[in-house]
Each structure stands twice: as structure tokens, then as C-alpha cells.
Design a protein around this ligand. Sequence first.
Ligand code: PDD
Length: 286
Amino acid sequence: MSRIVYVNGAYLPEEQAKISVFDRGFLFADGVYEVSSVLCGKLIDNEGHLARLHRSLSELDMATPASDAEIETIQKTLIAKNGVDQGLVYLQVTRGAADRDFAYPQGVAPSLVMFTQNKNVIDSPQARNGIAVIGVEDIRWRRRDIKSVGLLAPCMAKMQAKAAGADDAWLVEDGYVTEGSSSNAFIVSAEGVLITRQLGNEILAGITRKAVLKLAQEQQLEIEQRPFSIEEACNASEAFITSATTFVMPVVSIDGNPIADGKPGRLTRRLRELYIQAALDSVDEA
Ligand code: PDD
């Protein structure tokens, strides 16, 4: 049975789903997206993802394609139709289809596309053993706070990491780490301080980042939101990334240098457990 996807009002087998060649998402990357994780068939932190979707849309003067309630109904319908237990729901809004012109067209309906992916989000070798990252120059545009579908720069960074035998890239601008290629970056100092870059146009305001900072605060961890360099990260006692698809994922080496003993750190493992527990609790309440 083929996967059922959603395209502009219709639920269709993926082979039958169609989008116009004039869609501005296709021609200009004129679109935004969100990825919400699914645990036990339920959406995690979805309210935050929908709030960020509205922010991205409004920063680009793009129309909202549907109400939050309608979007969530479509997300849940896709989870049910595809029998997703663990994985994610991807949603993308583009400005719609119009004859090619750099100026935004007026009166065009936005396109809304959604699909699901099955993924082992809780238990994976990478979550158990950690990942290796390398520093790569951040060549992205300057509005990374907008979750735009223009993702070629992070794709290139990821390929650079793979070519170097690593799993992922940490992006570096003016000597400081901005974030991961598709995640937020954290380190823990020798003194046990949790450090992650402050929000701004330079990074995406991660929904998982926010949840993890709240958990860390509840654990009375000292938190510093400031830039850090690759060198500081290499000398840290722990490092990890956060995103909707990795939750809290240990980073065990940077540019080939093992972090501490080269194993996932204690606080990292604890924050991962706490995040997953909170997610499972929210599923029980739903
Ligand atoms: N990416 N920074 C970037 C550049 C990202 O692409 C992402 C997520 C994050 C983490 O945000 P959140 O915690 O809200 O998922 C930070 C998604 C998962 C993706 O592109 O697949």
C-alpha cells in the first residue's frame, strides 16, 4: 500500500499527488515548512511548531493556508491513514502557483502539502553512541529565523561532513557556531554550564531547544545563551544537538577531536531521557 499524502485539499497516494511547475516553492524556494515528531501515533510539541509556522509566514507576507485546527486535523488524519507510530509529519506552505516573476503575485492561493515519514526517533544507534560533527562555514542567508524551504546550503554542509567521514556539520560564522545543519547546537562546559547560542536572525528558534532549556532550568542547571567557538566546543565536557527528529542527540567528536572520553555525556543523556519522558507524558494526556 502506498503512502497517503495531502496536497491542497486532497488525500492521495503519493504517486498521484501533483503540484504545479509554476509553484513558487519549486521556482524560488518561496515557501516555509515545519517538521513535527510523532510518538505513539501522537504529535509532539505541535503547538510550538504551528506558532513558528505563523511567524515564518508573516515574516514573508505569505497567506495562511488553513486554521491551526484544520492543519492539525490533516496532520492527525495522515498519521492515522499511514499508521505512523514513530516518525514525523512534514508540512510545507508555498506562496502558490503564478507566472514566474520575482515580485510576489497578488490574489494567489498558497499551496499546502503534507506527508508523513516513519522513523525510529527513540532508539537508534546514533542516539545511543552519539554523532561526529565537523565545523563548516555557514554560507546560508541572513534570515535563518525563518524556516524557509531554501535548504541547499545545509545540504552542502551535510555532504561536506559525510565526505569527511562525519555524521553532520556545525555551521560556523565569524568564528562562532551558529547551529547544526538542521538542529540547534549545545555544549556543556567543564563547570557544568549548559551553553547554546542566543536567539536572533542567525539561527532558527528550535522548538526542541526551547523545551530542553525549560527542562534544564527545572533541573537547576546553569544556562548561558551566547555564541561559542569550535575550539571551546572541542574542550567542552559534553556536546549535543536538538531537533524535532533527533530530540537530544549526543555529539561525541568535533573535527575529529573526541569530546571528553568520546562517549555521550551524563547531562546529555539525562536531558534526552527527560525530554522523551515529557513527550510520552504529553501523549498519555492527549
Ligand atoms: N530542522 N535549526 C535548523 C537550521 C533546523 O533546520 C532545525 C530543524 C532546528 C531545530 O528546530 P526544532 O527543534 O524546532 O525541530 C534548528 C528540521 C527537523 C528539518 O529540517 O528536518
